[in-house]
Design a protein around this ligand. Structure first.
Ligand SMILES: O=P(O)(O)OC[C@H]1O[C@H](O[C@H]2O[C@H](CO)[C@@H](O)[C@H](O)[C@H]2O)[C@H](O)[C@@H](O)[C@@H]1O
Length: 295
């Protein structure tokens, strides 16, 4: 992992985007858009952040979410705005209606290839049973995965790991994903890198060059996303000029992202700055159109 990413000042991002026609912005939720809480059910994405995302969409920036949250939870955290979402680390994909080619197209996909629901139920039961004596653990049961949280008492990190490893022993098709004060059991083969490339393939305007794809995330699971987006060879096949990809890590932990910002506040600043840039650009463009229409 590279440990010398460059600090992404808001102006740096804007300077960079001045030269790109299309911008695809992929965002993680927890630790990137929303502040951490003890109980995942208490998390919110501030309304001010949602408004910025909505305005960015109006100015032609394609915004998509790539999260470990389930689709249902991600949607409720983002309501009332509708965005394309890769949820449960990419197991659940939902495009919003603006990307549908047909009126009756099913826009939700669950990659059922990866999921054995009987096994998942057993794993959930085993984890609950193993945790019964610990007050400080919190088990988050999701539709296609299960997470063991220890934020309430970080000293339990090793115990949480040991317990989850033990539970997963009889299930070779399941792996443990580390996160911030959490261990999560997910089906093998699911990661945010694959999810981003899949979403990009669906939502990208392939007829256009000068495209930039950005992914902002804070956690270990986001590293696969940074690797995918920064590897222009992997990114969407069949294009003359592959899009340029920027990975932006939130926080100072070791990362393979080429850029970083310090915290969630700086993510919001980055987004706000990007919006001001789009507003100024579109105002000056509409001025040019008005002037031209006089002739
Ligand atoms: O990919 P993300 O959008 O970052 O989601 C990753 C996990 O986020 C949630 O857990 C994290 O946030 C919780 C609420 O603030 C916090 O209590 C926990 O310590 C964090 O790890 C969510 O609960 C998980 O399901 C997601 O996988």
């Amino acid at each position: 992992m590279e440990s010398h990413p460059i600090y992404m000042q808001p102006n740096l991002l804007v300077d960079y985007l001045k030269h790109q026609k299309n911008c695809y912005l992929f965002l993680d939720i927890d630790g990137t858009l929303s502040y951490f809480t003890l109980n995942p059910k208490d998390s919110i994405v501030p309304y001010s952040t949602l408004s910025i995302l909505r305005e960015l969409q109006k100015h032609g920036i394609v915004v998509a979410i790539v999260t470990g949250r389930s689709l249902v939870e991600a949607r409720s955290l983002l309501a009332p705005i509708e965005l394309p979402i890769a949820a449960t680390h990419g197991l659940e994909i939902a495009l919003n209606s603006s990307f549908s080619k047909f009126e009756d197209e099913d826009l939700n996909e669950v990659n059922t290839l990866f999921i054995d629901t009987l096994e998942l139920d057993k794993i959930k039961q085993d984890i609950l049973r193993s945790c019964a004596l610990y007050d400080d653990f919190f088990v988050e049961s999701k539709p296609y995965s299960v997470a063991l949280h220890f934020r309430k008492n970080p000293v339990l990190a090793d115990e949480a790991y040991r317990l989850m490893k033990e539970v997963l022993k009889p299930y070779p098709d399941w792996v443990l994903k580390p996160g911030k004060y959490v261990w999560e059991a997910v089906p093998k083969g699911v990661n945010k890198g694959t999810a981003i490339l899949y979403l990009l393939g669906k939502i990208m305007n392939k007829a256009s060059n000068d495209t930039c794809a950005i992914f902002i995330g804070d956690d270990i699971t986001d590293e696969a996303g940074f690797r995918a987006i920064q590897d222009s060879k992997k990114i969407v096949e069949g294009l003359e000029q592959p899009p340029k990809g920027l990975g932006i890590k939130v926080g100072r932990e070791s990362t393979c992202a080429h850029y970083y910002v310090n915290d969630i506040k700086e993510v919001t600043n980055l987004l706000r700055n990007l919006l001001s840039f789009c507003q100024t650009r579109d105002r000056s463009l509409s001025g040019v159109i008005k002037v031209n229409s006089h002739y």
